[in-house]
Write a protein that binds this ligand. Structure first.
Ligand code: MLT
Length: 328
């Protein structure tokens, strides 16, 4: 009898919480990278669209918790109070880090509630403005002619920029060609590249389009299988596949997560707000201008989002295992 009473009280309080959610307490979207990078950019634009979708009642804040390729921020959310006030926006690193960290402090498929996939973002191979190369062919020849003398920036082991660099160095067999320089995110890494303190980087178009257009960095190729022929700026760059890197096809994706155990009614409210936000004209326009594609298929739903990530974990493990030899 006592156990029944306890269960009834728990259910009542969960229901009551869901009825008042979100209330006046802010909803924090944890970005597991430094401010100013592509993940941060998506989070801030998404937070605005979700605030609108919830009728302006929700107060979203973006919290940057960087380090270890995004796993420090992801761990914080996995261990957070599952009350709907701490969410995680994480990208392909959710699927890449299990192959790179032997001691992850969370299980990607067990310790999170999946709220939906947000977007898919191509990457660009870019260099500092002083690099004496203007085409991809010249760029690759320059890298090989200066083996051991150049450095490539990324956002930590398992980050999108790290994964892209690993795959690219493996594809051109540039073993020992470059030293890798980790940053808290590709926001600060981009500042170093523009300033000429690092030589090259692979980064998402959400962070590189503006810099390429302004001439502050040089672009050499895109990482998608086909060129971005519909984008006014990025259409001018070849895909790595066109440059002879057979099968090279890398697109970064971002998903939204809550800690395991968040009440179902709260999850449903958040998923509904996410789906409305993904159709928000302003959000879609911003994403399109940055070369990103907002998700419109069933992966907006939790089950399909989770199945997609499970598939990505399985797909990336052999790719990373094969390329790990290039990590210094
Ligand atoms: C990455 O390389 O994983 C991201 O660009 C990191 C970031 O969003 O800063």
């Amino acid at each position: 009898m006592k156990r029944l009473l306890v269960l009834a009280l728990a259910a009542t309080s969960l229901f009551a919480h869901a009825q008042t959610y979100p209330g006046s307490k802010p909803i924090s979207i944890v970005v597991p990278f430094a401010a100013g990078g592509p993940t941060d950019r998506v989070a801030r634009d998404l937070a605005e669209a979700m605030r609108k979708a919830m009728g302006g009642s929700a107060n979203f804040v973006v919290e940057n918790v960087n380090g270890a390729g995004g796993t420090i921020g992801a761990t914080k959310v996995a261990k957070a109070n599952p009350d709907g006030h701490t969410l995680l926006l994480f990208h392909i690193g959710m699927a890449a880090t299990p192959a790179l960290y032997r001691k992850l402090q969370y299980k990607p498929l067990e310790d999170f509630e999946y709220l939906g996939l947000v977007n898919e973002v191509p990457m660009t191979l870019i260099g500092k403005p002083q690099l004496p190369a203007n085409t991809y062919r010249d760029f690759e020849n320059y890298i090989k002619a200066n083996s051991g003398k150049l450095n490539i920036a990324h956002a930590g082991l398992g980050s999108a920029s790290h994964l892209c660099g690993l795959m690219w160095q493996s594809a051109i067999n540039a073993k020992e060609a470059m030293t890798t320089i980790p940053f808290g995110g590709t926001g600060p890494a981009m500042n170093a590249l523009v300033g000429g303190q690092v030589d090259l980087m692979c980064d998402q178009t959400t962070n590189t389009t503006g810099q390429i257009e302004a001439g502050r960095v040089k672009a050499f190729a895109v990482t998608t299988a086909k060129p971005l022929s519909k984008h006014k700026l990025l259409k001018d760059y070849p895909s790595l596949q066109e440059m002879g890197l057979k099968g090279f096809d890398l697109t970064i994706w971002h998903g939204l997560y809550a800690p395991k155990g968040t009440p179902p009614a709260v999850l449903a409210q958040l998923n509904t707000a996410l789906k409305v936000a993904l159709k928000d004209a302003d959000f879609m326009k911003k994403q399109d201008g940055l070369g990103a594609v907002v998700v419109t298929d069933k992966r907006m739903e939790p089950a399909a989002h989770k199945a997609f990530v499970a598939g990505e974990i399985a797909k990336l493990k052999p790719v990373i295992d094969a390329a790990k030899q290039f990590a210094d």
